[in-house]
Design a protein around this ligand. Sequence first.
Ligand SMILES: Nc1ncnc2c1ncn2[C@@H]1O[C@H](COP(=O)(O)OP(=O)(O)OP(=O)(O)O)[C@@H](O)[C@H]1O
Ligand SMILES: [Mg+2]
Length: 439
Amino acid sequence: MIGVHGRVARIAGFYRPGALLESESGARMLVVGRRKALHPHFMEALRLARDGEPVPAEHEVVSVSRALIVSEQVPEPGERVREVEWRAERPGVYGPEGEVNLLKHEGIPHVTIIASTGMGKTTLVKMLLRQAASAGFRHIIVLDMHDEYGDVVRELGGEAAPPVLPLCDLTDHELLAATGLLRVATSPIRMMRYLRYFVRAFCRLAEKTEIENLRAALERAGDAMLLLDVISPDAKALDERETLTREFIRALRDELGPTAFNALREVVRKDEERMAATMMYLMWAVEHAPRVELHWELPDIVAIQLLEFRSIFAMSDIALAVMSYIFRRLMELKEPALVVIEEAPRLLQDETARRNLELFLSQARKFGVTAVLVSQTPHDLVQNTRLVLGRVQNVAWARKLAELAPQMPGELARLLPQLGRGEFAHLDGQRVVPLRVIV
Ligand SMILES: Nc1ncnc2c1ncn2[C@@H]1O[C@H](COP(=O)(O)OP(=O)(O)OP(=O)(O)O)[C@@H](O)[C@H]1O
Ligand SMILES: [Mg+2]
């Protein structure tokens, strides 16, 4: 089978690249291009035909198309072929042999979808989401850059939601990412420690005390952190505002123990500026996160709306932290999950996000997590994924991508710019399998 797939057949007649042909014996082929030169006898045959003279057999006009054999069957030389419709009883993703589930794969689970704008990537992904839901994926998470997936996730019983910053569930690393300290601080270790102490104490306080306005409470606790050396945890409260301040300090002491607490007070006195900066960054994150929660359990099906974060920066720190959190949780849960990352190259522009994503992709499979990366351009993460290529207008990109095809890269490079909307080629191991998305 492997030897057959990808072999090129020469077919008499001109066909549209991307067309699916079937021979009399049932072999199926995908037209990948025409032979460039005209048949040498073309002009002579044309002249004879015009003059009403019989055209000798050797002058018969046979224009030739090239087609990639995509069935297990090989056409016999001399067989007639005809263009066939894709067999599709209902909307879905189809290969030459019928409906295809791209997410079921023995080898590489991850999929990269690349096609020019408007060529049907998002439409294909929506089909995949439906497939994933019926294939029993426990979690389906879409990082939705354009707010396009709300309808389909709701149809599947999920929700579209802005990113949530789950303060008490974040690791040190995720806290640093959320605050932006990972990016701005040259040696964030001490700041990380302040952050961690603060968050641990605050979460401890929140467990004991009902907090109504989380952001306001965080601000006040942040102020208390800066006054650590002057507020006594045992002092009497003056008013309600004071209560939270003092209780936060108490929670901090309980959390750290008296010795470490006193040591921290000493340090803060000498390190006022760094502590103030740490709190400022944290408050900035709290203020800018669309939603701050103490805890947030990963929903089963969700489209995370990242649209608002695209404005100035490639990716906001909060979005990055939320992504890190999601990736980590999925690996901890070890349940079959699908993560869709739209505009993957945008993530790769950020060094932290790139490292996260690379690590995630290399590990995800072990934990039952499948990633689908979507983009308009080729990018560096394609190695660990199966490629699903739609129309790629840029000829240089088409060539670069086709080089990854196991066979017939030249043909594929010519085919890619000619594919239509909803037409894709799946590079599946040794095979090139044409796909059609029928809506
Ligand atoms: N297989 C298909 N058959 C018919 N129409 C389709 C098909 N796929 C997509 N379309 C239509 O083409 C338009 C663009 O599709 P889609 O949004 O999926 O493209 P895209 O590749 O995600 O574009 P972008 O790069 O802008 O995100 C939509 O109006 C969609 O309905
Ligand atoms: Mg799209």
